[in-house]
Design a protein around this ligand. Structure first.
Ligand code: ADP
Ligand code: ASP
Ligand code: MG
Length: 440
């Protein structure tokens, strides 16, 4: 059994849904994990925020606009009258539900339910289309098996047992469809795996059923050596190790959700990245294999805050770092980068929610300086095998850019630097020109 996840752009129009049906209709056993059609989750987020702020009329305007788009998709997707009617009825149901919030109270719980509508719609539309094409398939609802626990981590036992139960109901079916992104939380309420979370859904499902392969189908021919949104000349990497892919995803490569590599790595299930518009392109294969001696790729993570903690006392006296880290732990704020000197330690965080409280506690024994609007640039590859001079190459490529922090040696895969956000595009381009060879 394989797990194939298709992202929003892969199902962004009726024509793309038809193309996807061709890709999945090959007789192989598979679970297809779908995102919402592109733009839908953004729009639903906007609608939820309008409701949360009491702007009901504006919410209705946005709901009607989105509804119109879906009616158009139905018109273009189905050719038989029966399915045109079923499709329109489906859209009406889901949008009537959204409109019902003009009368009800709207809380964070309703927000998650609103955000779930995109994946619920896309999966049923695909199922109807497959039925119309006489392709045998079944929806297994993610809300029946995907669950996070009280610490917002996947409830693996629950997921495994319930997905098995769902699949066992249909011994003759080879093609299963399910929703990415959405789940239930520890209280049984509708929740989600955070933006871009369909990749994570696919990887969790793949790990729990022991899939032969997890495929992430998107709008680009695999993992590129640099971020194609900011750098013109990039190229696909054919093979990456789990650790390299995890570092890149965590440090900003949008093609993969940051948590999506780990479940596959733990169960050693290959992850293949494929392009829906070019199904024959090789894409990227992520496995445990480490290919020696190469800088593989560069990624950038925005929205970083640097916190410098300077102490009058000897910083590296034992116990001081523990004291510092405990403050961040108490406020459930993960630290990404760390650098130390004898009198100061600098750390970076990507979630400044509790920063005022953290600062206040740290200030009871140290002086604290904060720089926001920072970006981590991360260079990934088998860097130890690359040998001497690798750090120099990276620093030299960035010679014109002020570096706030440098981190090397934490793992053999990663050199990270912290820079001002405004220098990001220049840094990515400099690294592209100076670290990679291009075939002309
Ligand atoms: P989907 O909707 O299929 O989940 P995403 O937009 O989340 O697609 O991810 C694919 C996008 O990720 C690409 O279109 C590309 O712009 C962006 N991206 C950022 N970094 C990389 C990278 N290193 N390699 C490939 N794509 C990347
Ligand atoms: N639809 C969700 C989002 O836009 C999940 C995903 O696409 O992976 O974030
Ligand atoms: Mg994505």
């Amino acid at each position: 059994m394989k797990v194939l996840k298709f992202g929003g752009t892969s199902i962004g129009s009726a024509a793309k849904i038809k193309n996807l049906a061709k890709i999945i209709d090959n007789g192989e056993e598979k679970i297809v994990v779908l995102s919402a059609m592109s733009g839908t989750t953004d729009k639903l987020e906007e609608i939820a925020s309008l409701f949360l702020n009491g702007k009901k009329e504006e919410a209705v305007v946005q709901i009607e606009l989105l509804k119109k788009k879906y009616f158009q998709v139905v018109e273009e997707l189905f050719s038989e009258n029966e399915y045109l009617i079923k499709g329109k009825e489906l859209i009406k149901q889901h949008f009537d539900y959204l409109l019902s919030f003009t009368k009800d109270v709207f809380t964070r719980y309703e927000e998650s339910a609103v955000l779930a509508q995109g994946e619920l719609l896309s999966t049923i539309l695909l199922q109807f289309y497959l039925e119309e094409q006489k392709i045998s398939s079944v929806i297994i609802p993610a809300l029946n098996f995907m669950r996070i626990d009280k610490s917002l981590e996947p409830d693996e036992y629950y997921i495994r047992e319930n997905i098995k139960r769902e699949l066992a109901q249909y011994p003759d079916i080879k093609l299963f469809i399910t929703q990415g992104y959405i789940c239930r939380n520890a209280f049984g309420e509708i929740d989600n795996l955070k933006r871009g979370g369909s990749d994570y859904s696919a990887s969790l499902i793949g790990a729990e059923i022991g899939a032969d392969e997890i495929q992430i189908w998107t709008d680009i021919d695999g993992f590129h050596n640099n971020d194609p949104r900011y750098v013109e000349k990039t190229f696909p990497i054919h093979e990456l190790s789990f650790d390299e892919a995890a570092e890149l995803a965590y440090f900003g490569a949008k093609i993969l959700h940051p948590s999506s590599v780990l479940p596959a790595k733990v169960k050693n299930i290959p992850v293949r990245l494929k392009n829906t518009m070019q199904p024959d392109a090789p894409g990227t294969l992520i496995t445990e294999n480490e290919i020696e001696g190469e800088i593989k790729a560069v990624a950038a993570k925005d929205g970083i805050t640097a916190v410098k903690i300077k102490s009058g006392r000897m910083l590296l006296a034992y116990g001081f770092l523990r004291k510092v880290f405990e403050v961040f732990e108490r406020y459930k704020t993960p630290i990404d980068m760390i650098t130390t000197s004898e009198i100061a330690v600098s750390v970076t965080i990507d979630n400044p929610k509790y920063l005022p409280e953290i600062k206040k506690e740290l200030e009871s024994y140290a002086s604290v300086e904060i720089d926001d609007n920072q970006t981590i640039i991360c260079v990934v590859g088998n860097l130890i095998a690359e040998g001497k001079g690798i750090a120099l190459k990276v620093i030299q490529a960035l010679e014109d850019i002020p570096l706030r922090m440098i981190s090397y040696g934490g793992s053999k895969h990663n050199i990270s630097v912290l820079i001002n956000a405004e220098d990001k595009v220049r840094a990515l381009n400099e690294l592209n020109n100076k670290l990679f060879k291009f075939d002309e």
